[in-house]
Design a protein around this ligand. Structure first.
Ligand code: ADP
Length: 274
């Protein structure tokens, strides 16, 4: 297994270099010795994330924003459950970005995103994000090419501003193969308890697979930065996806190293509770 320092590094799209999805195998499991070990790691990491989240909340100085992007069936919801369910609802927010409402469309595309950014002390998870505005919007031509072209720099500036103001940003692209998506879609249709997740419109997006992958490559190439790196996570196996993301989140929180604050204006030694 890779050492601590390089664990996240193996998934990061190098800032400033053209990124190619063809170099990333969605079935790659080489970051872990085996499935049992990885599953045990996820549970340990989830407990540590909970303890660190408690310190982040108490310290109240920084926030962590976790962006989850991926095509339908890539496992965004499953990741949230595996990595953040242990935390409970006190210090974690989860925002799912759907097609914009009329009110959202009446504003700039970052308006709704900025409002959902986690406050100091919180971990905020984005299930889809402002990247939809250079992904689905590009593929389905919902804005002009000129407007979309400007968005990469705008997004980089926006994320830099968040980072300058105390928000750490981790971005994860859940990389599944087209074959695996087909398997998962078939399973959704065949399993009564999963049918609610199936939307016939998902098949329209599937037909545009190559366009989506090209849009991801451009977004990752142009928006993987030192302050907000893109991690491309092999996601055909759920346990690899969950274990990799849990570990990167845990290590990032450890690096942020939030501290319980000292009492302000009172001395514990002088407090008498009768
Ligand atoms: P999910 O697939 O995330 O579980 P849905 O099935 O409701 O949830 O899909 C949300 C849909 O909203 C996706 O098809 C996504 O492309 C779309 N969407 C998100 N953001 C935007 C946006 N800015 N413009 C257009 N469509 C968007």
């Amino acid at each position: 297994m890779a050492d601590n320092k390089s664990f996240a590094q193996q998934f990061i799209a190098t800032p400033g270099k053209p990124f190619k999805l063809s170099k990333c195998d969605p079935r790659d499991a080489s970051a872990f010795r085996d499935k049992d070990e990885a599953k045990a790691d996820i549970e340990q990491d989830a407990l540590k994330i909970d303890a660190l989240q408690n310190r982040l909340y108490a310290e109240d100085k920084h926030a962590l924003l976790v962006v989850l992007q991926g095509i339908d069936c890539s496992g965004k919801d499953g990741t949230v459950r595996a990595v953040f369910n242990t935390c409970g609802p006190i210090g974690v927010t989860n925002t799912s970005f759907k097609g914009p409402t009329p009110l959202e469309l009446a504003h700039d595309y970052l308006w709704r995103v900025h409002q959902a950014v986690p406050a100091k002390g919180f971990i905020g998870v984005f299930n889809r994000s402002h990247y939809e505005d250079v992904l689905v919007v590009k593929v389905k031509k919902l804005a002009s090419p000129e407007a979309i072209e400007k968005r990469y720099d705008e997004i980089n500036h926006f994320e830099k501003m968040l980072s300058n103001n105390g928000t750490r940003i981790l971005k994860f692209m859940l990389n599944i193969s087209k074959d695996e998506q087909a398997e998962r879609l078939r399973d959704r249709v065949a399993t009564p308890e999963k049918r609610w997740k199936f939307n016939p419109a998902d098949l329209e997006d599937r037909a545009l697979w190559d366009d989506y992958m090209a849009a991801y490559e451009t977004a990752i190439t142009r928006c993987s930065t030192d302050h907000a790196p893109w991690h491309v996570i092999p996601a055909d196996r759920n346990w690899v996806r969950n274990a990799a993301i849990a570990r990167i989140v845990r290590e990032t929180l450890e690096e942020m190293n939030p501290q319980f604050p000292e009492p302000k204006g009172w001395d514990p030694a002088n407090v008498k509770i009768t």
